[in-house]
Ligand binder design. Structure first.
Ligand SMILES: Cc1cc2nc3c(=O)[nH]c(=O)nc-3n(C[C@H](O)[C@H](O)[C@H](O)COP(=O)(O)O)c2cc1C
Length: 150
């Protein structure tokens, strides 16, 4: 069993459904998931696996609910070298800034020493109108490699 923090960035709520479905799948496998709709750095375990599940809004911007978390990351110098993360980005390829919002978070996590646990997925709602399906297929590719220590 692993502890998995799921950080959600959403404006209309669609991405929250994607996060809920992945959490349900991980719970079935015996992992301990926690969904954060307003993530707070001080409440997250830096020795767990973080899944960032976020759409993009504006012009390559993070949704408002997760933007303050990004500011917390910018303000901290915490050592995150024990942290592993997985990115599930959801966007629309008709925008030049396709899926760029959560890249800001990933870029800062990398600066703080965190390591990507798997290749990210960028779900294009033009191609996948039901992003849950693409997200669950992606999760199925790597969920068996999650270990208690990650
Ligand atoms: C005003 C607006 C701006 C958007 N900007 C972007 C963008 O810059 N890049 C992108 O990939 N998708 C963009 N999108 C598409 C959303 O990320 C996509 O519709 C997503 O499914 C919304 O999920 P949510 O309801 O969970 O926020 C934008 C959508 C809207 C309505």
């Amino acid at each position: 069993m692993a502890k998995i923090e799921i950080l959600v960035g959403t404006t209309q709520g669609g991405t929250e459904y994607v996060a809920d479905d992945m959490a349900a799948e991980l719970d079935k496998l015996g992992h301990e998931t926690q969904i954060h709709l307003t993530p707070n750095l001080s409440e997250l375990d830096p020795k767990s696996l973080w899944m960032i599940v976020s759409s993009t809004h504006g012009a390559g911007d993070l949704p408002d609910n997760i933007a303050p978390f990004y500011q917390q990351l910018i303000a901290t110098n915490d050592d995150l070298t024990e942290l592993k993360y997985a990115l599930c980005a959801i966007g629309d390829s008709s925008y030049d800034t396709f899926c760029q919002g959560p890249e800001k978070i990933i870029s800062r996590l990398d600066q703080l020493g965190a390591i990507s646990f798997v290749n990210k997925i960028q779900i294009d709602v033009q191609m996948d109108p039901v992003p849950e399906d693409a997200a669950l297929a992606w999760l199925a590719q790597w969920q068996s490699s999650i270990t208690p220590t990650n």
